[in-house]
Write a protein of this length. Structure first.
Length: 63
């Protein structure tokens, strides 16, 4: 996975956060990694491709 990350605030219902935290713990992941995993899984299920950014995009701020 890339070392640079896009940071943003995410507000979750406490019960949803607790459920994700339990799942993350069972999968030996952080809550952040579990949310990213679940998002990727959901996008893949909907047929959405995640395109890798090139190094030039990463160095120049991307689009």
């Amino acid at each position: 996975m890339p070392t640079d990350r896009k940071a943003f605030a995410l507000r979750l219902d406490p019960a949803l956060h607790d459920a994700v935290a339990r799942l993350a713990n069972a999968e030996l992941r952080s809550v952040n990694a579990e949310i990213e995993f679940l998002l990727r899984e959901a996008l893949r299920a909907r047929g959405v491709k995640i395109e890798a950014r090139s190094n030039d995009d990463n160095q120049n701020g991307g689009a």
